[in-house]
Design a protein around this ligand. Sequence first.
Ligand code: NAP
Length: 512
Amino acid sequence: MTQSTAAPQSHEGAHAEPCIITIFGATGDLTMRKLLPAIYNLTRDGLLNENTVVVGFARRPKTDEQFRAEMLEGVNKFSRNKPTDMAVWEKVAAKLFYHQSTFEDAAGYEKLAQRFQELDKKYNIGGRRLYYLSTSPSEFTSIIDQLGNAGLGNIDPFSAKAWRRVIVEKPFGRDLDSAKKLNTEISHVFDESQVFRIDHYLGKQTVQNMLVLRFANGIFEPLWNRNYIDHVQITVTETLGVEGRGPYYEVSGALRDMVQNHLMQLLALTAMEPPVSLDGDAIRDEKVKALKAIQPLTKEEVCRRTVRGQYTAADIAGKPAKGYREEERVNPKSETETFTALKLFIDNWRWHGVPFYLRSGKRMPKSGSEIVIHFKNAPGVLFSAHDNKLANNTLTLRVQPHEGISLRTNAKTPGTVSRIAPANMEFQYEVAFGSYSPEAYERLLLDAILGDPTLFIRDDEVENAWKIIDSIEAGWAAGAPPITFYPAGTWGPPEADTLLTREGRAWTPLGS
Ligand SMILES: NC(=O)c1ccc[n+]([C@@H]2O[C@H](COP(=O)([O-])OP(=O)(O)OC[C@H]3O[C@@H](n4cnc5c(N)ncnc54)[C@H](OP(=O)(O)O)[C@@H]3O)[C@@H](O)[C@H]2O)c1
């Protein structure tokens, strides 16, 4: 196993302060699957202050005991550490409470404020509050307004100890206008420095390692530009279909659901200039600059450089899989895309003329997320006999599964005949550093408690990403290119391949 030194943003030596975490939507799926297991694991690893209190806020009547029993079930089922260490769980449960109210009821927030005062006094919290909006986006404004009305929102920034922060789950709007409206509404109650917009992709090791890989190694940065890079591919795929989320997906589609956030974030981290420091805003400033350098697409560019696909019924490994239009609560004539592929350009000094190909889809043969940097070919002078077969060097950053990095080089095959074949140099997190791999939500919750915004998305990042997405949606709304179809369990419509093959390139198979 490899020896480690403290990495940037490692929070070594940082201490979590006491605080009250209030989860709005505490009886929902995300709380049970991710948030309580994250709080349990952070407690288990000794990363939270002993006086961390969690209040679950939702509509259904429930006692504290019932809520604790349900959350224990969630931890037993979904925690990465099994079996549950009951001594640790007891610590969490002792400071876990349930607050019943609707999001719209002002009286519910007044009672919440009273409860905060009691808990604050009992556990010496010092007025620190973290609000987690684990609800449908249609509820965000109502909760934020009510927090403001009850005096639970903004706070005197010069207050010595107290802080109030709010974590907002995606989606952040459904286009530029609605995102701006949401940002404005939030800003009436919280200052931008108090807002933590979560994209769980940014909590993953490889994504954080992008900064280390690019800026802590001497060998990559000199090559990280149009002179040496031919193109970049970003792939995020799922084997699952819409899984009962038809009504949500019908108004979202792959472009809004995946590209606007996860893929744009991966692209920004890949393309950004070196930040002046590792400070959260310095990094986010550079990400915004990269996003701003992507010109919104004209209708004609949308037609040439985007693909939208939808899965149809097919057999996957001998089992029948429904088509998207046959899914529950989906319009049988739906034009919603379950797959998209795009070719984007970042119009700046570093990346001028380098295509960034993005693709994301449901019901694909494999689930995974990868960024593949394709370097330009070496001059073929010496190996002209092999020229057609020489693969170009690629650097693959695997976000999931098996987070790691792989460098494809060309090597001579063993034997007397001079043959050249691709050979990969592999780095896998679990092999190099052991299997300790905190879930993204653990890292992000802890960062919010520590007040580190680096891995959260700023308002201008959201808005600049929407500008690009809106231009594509506008082209699609005008009917070009038309939606095309792919059988469930395949890599999308043929047009996605043509996007690259017509330029002499091809998608790198996921996990290769
Ligand atoms: N599920 C995931 O794995 C996942 C992953 C990534 C992101 N997200 C995002 O996380 C957010 C939450 O998702 P989810 O799947 O947990 O949602 P969910 O299962 O539908 O839960 C919604 C929660 O909101 C509460 N609620 C709804 N309306 C209410 C009202 N008027 N007053 C009080 N409580 C109300 C519900 O309480 P009652 O049950 O008491 O009615 C429930 O606790 C969404 O923005 C989603 O996009 C989810």
